[in-house]
Ligand binder design. Structure first.
Ligand SMILES: *[C@@H]1O[C@H](CO)[C@@H](O)[C@H](O)[C@H]1NC(C)=O
Ligand SMILES: *[C@@H]1O[C@H](CO)[C@@H](O)[C@H](O)[C@H]1NC(C)=O
Ligand SMILES: *[C@@H]1O[C@H](CO)[C@@H](O)[C@H](O)[C@H]1NC(C)=O
Ligand SMILES: *[C@@H]1O[C@H](CO)[C@@H](O)[C@H](O)[C@H]1NC(C)=O
Length: 388
């Protein structure tokens, strides 16, 4: 026997109570998706996800830099390197949608200022964005080192190379009395010319410095000498104190000279993964999977005095200097610390490169980890412009 059909009134009451339930639960469970408490995208883990979509670009992107083009340089298992997906603890990080991003940015411009790790970042960003406008053209004006103009959207994205951010030059006039010693003069309160003309041009700026502040780049025999207001700072500062003073001065220059409507980010350090020695001591990064979370402190905590300890040390200085400013922190450090497997290593595209320079365990293969940086940056920019 068939059960008796429920009366229309009964169905109506059920539907009404379901609607009321959803209405009240939506009132109760608010701020989860509200803009006042955005999810922390910097904290999470990498999950191997073979269904993870292919990278948005390949080795034929015209914005590649040869030594990071790991597909062309035949690094094995590039598909595996790009099968790891970054999953923040409390939410999902969507992949950048280049069409949506460029539409939102129409008639606006994005600038990167800093060292080659910001160049590594922008190469990824340009290759991703090009998917939405294959007419993208190389662009190098206003002191830019590389960049692209996206004609469909009237958007420019460019990188200004300024490795110390502050102006520096070789200074042979200032020598020891034996007359032979060369130094580098750093004007802590003057931005490098490469980015001193850009304050009105960009709507978004991403700064960094840090990877050149080492005795590899500026050996003790040819040290950095710091100047303020045109005079040598006395007593002279060591490299690390100099970095602190430069960051403080560049932050206050940015606060003063860059319009407040410009969205400003400071990218924290990209960690290196030299294992078994420095870059010039056969340090190596031939890993085939990311590090485990419990390994990170032994690699990177400064108290362990490892080869790659400087990233966290420098971050500490940067965070101090940014406190109380409107510059947002783009903290790519932790997510990148895991990825010992994703550097160009020995696949540099040139026969003698490894013999001369050692492995590259500092920059990143592209496509690769900086694509995730681009996902995060785009998410933060979209949140700001859509709500602001
Ligand atoms: C690389 O990407 C381009 C589009 O940018 C596409 O036309 C080409 O087929 C791709 N090559 C391979 C080998 O997938
Ligand atoms: C393109 O964008 C710039 C701002 O970056 C704006 O000054 C210019 O008018 C725009 N051009 C067109 C054709 O909309
Ligand atoms: C910056 O602007 C000045 C004055 O307009 C110009 O002379 C100089 O060449 C520009 N510098 C760069 C790096 O574009
Ligand atoms: C690096 O490896 C080469 C070749 O194995 C060796 O000759 C050289 O001594 C090593 N250098 C260091 C600093 O360990």
């Amino acid at each position: 026997m068939r059960p008796k059909a429920p009366s229309p009134l009964f169905i109506y009451l059920i539907i009404l109570s379901i609607l009321l339930f959803f209405y009240y639960s939506s009132l109760l469970s608010k701020p989860s998706s509200s803009n006042s408490t955005p999810c922390n995208l910097f904290n999470g883990r990498w999950v191997l996800d073979d269904t993870h979509h292919q990278p948005l670009y390949n080795d034929s992107c015209p914005f590649h830099r040869n030594s990071w083009n790991c597909i062309r340089n035949q690094r094995p298992h590039m598909d595996r390197i790009n099968s790891w997906k970054w999953v923040p603890r409390q939410c999902d990080l969507p992949r950048i949608d280049p069409f949506r991003f460029l539409s939102l940015m129409r008639n606006r411009n994005v600038g990167f200022v800093g060292d080659s790790l910001n160049e590594n970042f922008i190469v990824s960003f340009l290759c991703v964005l090009r998917v939405a406008d294959f007419g993208a053209k190389k662009w190098k004006r206003k002191g830019a080192w590389r960049g692209a103009y996206f004609p469909k959207y009237n958007v420019t994205v460019a990188y200004h190379r300024a490795v110390l951010l502050a102006r520096y030059n070789q200074n042979s006039a200032l020598s020891d009395h034996d007359g032979s010693k060369e130094t580098y003069r750093v004007d802590v309160d003057i931005p490098a010319a490469d980015w001193s003309n850009i304050s009105d041009f960009y709507d978004v700026l991403v700064f960094n410095t840090g990877h050149w502040w080492s005795y590899d780049k500026f050996p003790k025999e040819t040290p950095l000498v710091f100047y303020r207001a045109g005079k040598p700072i006395n007593p002279p500062l060591g490299m690390f104190d100099g970095l602190k003073v430069v960051i403080e001065n560049m932050v206050s220059y940015i606060q003063k000279e860059i319009p407040s409507k410009t969205l400003k980010f400071w990218r924290l350090q990209s960690p290196r993964h030299f294992y078994g020695g420095e870059w010039n001591q056969n340090g190596s990064c031939l890993f085939d999977k990311p590090l485990e979370e419990h390994q990170l402190d032994s690699w990177f905590d400064p108290s362990n005095n490892g080869v790659n300890r400087e990233a966290r040390q420098i971050n500490h200085l940067i965070l101090e200097a940014l406190r109380g400013t409107d510059i947002q922190v783009l903290d790519v450090t932790q997510l990148s610390e895991f990825r010992a497997d994703a550097h160009p290593a020995i696949w540099l595209g040139k026969k003698d490169a490894v013999a001369i320079w050692g492995q590259d365990c500092m920059h990143w293969c592209l496509p690769g980890v900086p694509d995730t940086w681009a996902d995060i940056l785009s998410e933060l920019i979209c949140n700001s412009f859509e709500t602001g």
